[in-house]
Ligand binder design. Structure first.
Ligand code: CA
Length: 233
């Protein structure tokens, strides 16, 4: 079982630059998906759902700014623009369209990593209001993608992690099967009840299920599930 790493999508047509980017990101333990065109990039963003996008503005098939506009129709994932220094106006336009940050080419890998980390952290905080989610004995570090159960670091598969995060974000709330499947697995899986049952039992095994304790996932017969919440959270 592997810990879920943040996935970074690189959309950049110049191969040497793509190489430097992916090498720097992979050595910092990010998972990298790359492509050279805007259209493919937008498709990949939909299918892979990366945590962050590094986007070149000058692409062969379309303007990088159009990619930003396309992505912003459905996602708030951080977008870091990769631009040549002489193109300040382009950068400003890109930020105006919803890009989060930029680096200039040629770039220093340390600067790139600092920007990536800062933007992931910001995104995690915006989503959760804080960089970690805590409920009873469970603590999830959204920046490092680590989960601690009773103080012990515990490995979750990527899907288990996503499901646990969903429960933590919605702790105390009654969640219907359909709602959970739709939000965690996507529209195509709203009837896959068996999936959900299996994953919930895996989560229970890892986080324990003391009756009434915060973090326990309670079955609400024929409706769905609810994660017990600590009264103060
Ligand atoms: Ca280019």
């Amino acid at each position: 079982m592997t810990q879920k790493k943040s996935t970074i999508l690189i959309i950049e047509d110049e191969k040497p630059i793509r190489k430097v980017l992916s090498f720097a990101l992979e050595s910092a333990d990010y998972k990298v998906v790359e492509c050279e065109g805007g259209r493919e990039g937008m498709r990949l963003a939909m299918s892979v759902k990366p945590e962050l996008v590094v986007l070149d503005l000058g692409l062969p098939d379309m303007d990088g700014k159009e990619v930003i506009t396309g992505l912003r129709e459905w996602t708030k994932m951080p977008i870091i623009i990769c631009s040549v220094r002489s193109n300040d106006a382009e950068v400003i336009a890109a930020l105006g369209l919803g890009a989060d940050d930029y680096i200039t080419k040629p770039f220093n890998p340390d600067v790139l990593l600092a920007r990536v980390h800062a933007n992931l952290r910001k995104a995690a905080m915006q989503e959760a209001g804080e960089p970690e989610l805590v409920n009873g004995d469970i603590r999830m570090d959204l920046v490092r993608h680590e989960v601690y159960v009773r103080g012990e670091k515990t490995a979750f598969t990527p899907k288990e992690y996503e499901l646990l995060r969903y429960f933590l974000l919605n702790r105390g709330k009654m969640l219907t099967h359909k709602q959970i499947l739709q939000d965690v697995w996507g529209n195509a899986h709203t009837e896959s009840m068996q999936y959900l049952r299996v994953y919930v039992s895996q989560l229970r095994e890892k986080i324990g299920s003391d009756e009434g304790a915060a973090g326990t996932i309670v079955t609400e017969p024929s409706i769905g599930y609810r994660m017990e919440s600590a009264s103060f959270s």
